[in-house]
Ligand binder design. Structure first.
Ligand code: BTN
Length: 265
């Protein structure tokens, strides 16, 4: 049986920080994002964190579910109250992707990759995902729930067949279990740092580091959107987090949401 996450000890180390001073820890929840939303609506402060050892209704992007077995991985949501225009809310996902990729890189020697907009891949397989949900008034973000799921000590054999080929975990990559509390602490510290930089200088402060993890630059991709797909070359992102795609006529397109699928070149 895996050691439980040491939420109280993590909280102690983070005393005086903005993120993680208060950690709401559960052995099981439906979804940490749902619980964090409820807390935020009741007035929780910026930086409060919700962590669960398992989720019965873990949510992924595009209405998918997030496989959340007990005591193996990390399921975490942070309440943020950024002073950003709603238009710039996607920058929170980009900022979190940098913090998450840098954290992953502290625990594995293989290169981590950001798959726009919200996945962290290693060796082409999904290690972690980000689900950002915002609540806005006209012209103002009330709060953002930044939800992060990371496969830490998830053995391949326990992964459901549907994800066994496409997913990975830190343990599957290194052959050794990772200390989940250490990973969680490092992640919250990196988020604090990157969030501060975003606030101070805007996304341009983080853009270069983001680009360092974007390994599809210049590669041919298919972007699947709700009703259509576009083929082209992935060029990078703009300041608002849109993917810049050079389509087959050589025209630059801004993609706001979609699934990027690399193509054989
Ligand atoms: C994705 O890649 O589709 C996003 C996955 C996000 C999963 C995390 S786990 C913690 C938080 N709570 C949820 O219900 N979802 C996010």
């Amino acid at each position: 049986m895996e050691a439980p996450l040491r939420a109280e000890e993590i909280e102690k180390v983070l005393t005086g920080q903005r993120l993680g001073r208060k950690i709401h820890y559960f052995s099981a929840l439906d979804s940490t994002n749902l619980y964090a939303r409820k807390l935020a609506e009741e007035g929780a402060l910026e930086g409060e964190v919700v962590v669960a050892e398992s989720q019965t209704g873990g949510k992924g992007r595009l209405g998918r579910s997030w496989v959340s077995p007990p005591n193996l991985n990390l399921y975490l949501s942070v309440i943020l109250r950024p002073k950003l225009l709603p238009l710039h809310a996607p920058q929170i996902t980009l900022m979190a992707a940098v913090a998450l990729a840098e954290t992953v890189q502290c625990f594995i020697p293989l290169p981590a990759e950001i798959k726009w907009p919200n996945d962290i891949l290693v060796g082409g397989k999904k290690l972690a995902g980000i689900l950002t949900e915002s609540s806005c008034d006209p012209g103002k973000i009330l709060f953002v729930i930044l939800g992060i799921g990371v496969n830490l000590n998830f053995p391949k054999e326990l992964m459901p067949e549907a994800i066994r080929e496409s997913a990975t975990s830190i343990m599957a990559l290194t052959g050794k279990p990772v200390n989940r509390s250490e990973f969680t602490l490092r992640l919250i510290q990196n988020l604090e740092q990157c969030y501060g930089e975003l606030e101070e200088g805007g996304f341009s402060f983080l853009a270069e580091r983001w680009a360092g993890f974007f390994r599809l630059k210049g590669k041919r991709v298919r972007v699947q959107m709700l009703e259509q797909a576009i083929l082209g070359k992935a060029m990078g992102i703009d300041i608002d987090g849109a993917l810049i795609l050079e389509d087959e006529r050589g025209v630059s397109q801004r993609i706001i949401a979609g699934e990027v699928i690399p193509m054989e070149s």
